[in-house]
Design a binder for this molecule. Structure first.
Ligand code: PBE
Length: 303
């Protein structure tokens, strides 16, 4: 009798524990609370992107330069652009607080209501120019393709058109072809006085950021339209720079200067040539959803 009682009590106890555990798992993290310190709500964590990205270096710098961020144990969590965006998406769904590393042009600014945190110390710089780098030989050995790279320049809104298509599921090279078809006047400027490539090979490397997927695919299609045998290769940040510096690739459209890619640029600047800037007025920094009303500046993270 007594034994039975003890068994049933322990079964109830165990069931209770399981239920408690499940309910814990099910609790959604709390909504953004403007009256509570933001660090506590976020576990003092900024959601990062690929290790090695310029924006990761700059953010480490920001953690050092803004007083008390490091003292308060704010940390930067490396991940990937894709998981940064899916974390952001989930947080926005439940109106939770979140701080991510972001940049513009990017479709997330069209899809969600987001804001850059003010950066009074200008650690992230004012504005960035997306710069086209080539290996040292390209200018002489592939002058036609080099000239096309020099002439390729578009606006943030042009780039967004291609990014939106790709984000809607259209293959990047198809999105690029569509853009080329829809913008004959731009294309005319880009292809002005470009000689036929007669099958000359041009290798472009890039990191699979939406902005670079867009620009690299458009340039590949432009080169192909002029008879060049153009191909593109996605890789990680460091190998992308090495590929151009060593000459295993001809060029890349993924250098964000003067600030974001500075460390890598300084490391390889004697081994590369700058062909031009494909886009002016890009921006990088810390980004939060607009519903985080009290958080408007990096300094507010200590509030
Ligand atoms: N980005 C996008 C890159 C450059 C392009 C801002 C993530 C970076 O190096 O951080």
């Amino acid at each position: 009798m007594r034994k039975k009682f003890i068994t049933s009590v322990s079964i109830i106890f165990i069931l209770g524990l399981i239920l408690f555990g499940c309910s814990k798992l099910n609790t959604k993290p709390a909504k953004y609370n403007p009256n509570k310190p933001i660090g506590e709500q976020l576990n003092y964590t900024l959601i990062g992107i690929e290790a090695g990205a310029g924006l990761m270096n700059t953010t480490q710098q920001a953690l050092k330069e803004y007083p008390n961020l490091q003292k308060n144990h704010w940390q930067l969590m490396p991940s990937s652009t894709a998981s940064m965006i899916s974390t952001l998406d989930k947080s926005i769904k439940y109106k939770q607080p979140i701080v991510v590393l972001g940049w513009q042009p990017h479709w997330i600014f069209k899809k969600y209501k987001l804001k850059f945190l003010k950066d009074p110390k200008k650690v992230y710089g004012k504005s960035e120019n997306i710069t086209t780098i080539t290996n040292k030989k390209m200018k002489n050995e592939k002058p036609g393709a080099f000239k096309l790279l020099q002439q390729f320049k578009w606006s943030p809104s042009n780039m967004s058109d291609v990014m939106m298509d790709v984000n809607n599921g259209i293959k990047p090279n198809i999105a690029a072809k569509r853009f080329i078809k829809k913008n004959p006047n731009l294309v005319k400027k880009w292809l002005k006085n470009i000689p036929n490539g007669h099958g000359q090979s041009v290798k472009l490397t890039y990191v699979a950021w939406d902005s670079e997927i867009a620009s690299t695919n458009v340039v590949m299609e432009l080169l192909k339209s002029k008879g060049y045998d153009a191909s593109i290769y996605a890789m990680e940040v460091q190998p992308m720079w090495i590929s151009v510096a060593t000459g295993s690739a001809d060029a890349s459209l993924a250098a964000w200067l003067p600030n974001t890619s500075r460390t890598l640029f300084n490391q390889y600047k004697n081994k590369i040539t700058i062909a031009g800037e494909s886009l002016n007025g890009a921006k990088v920094g810390l980004v939060v959803p607009k519903y985080m009303k009290n958080i408007n500046s990096i300094e507010d993270l200590n509030k």
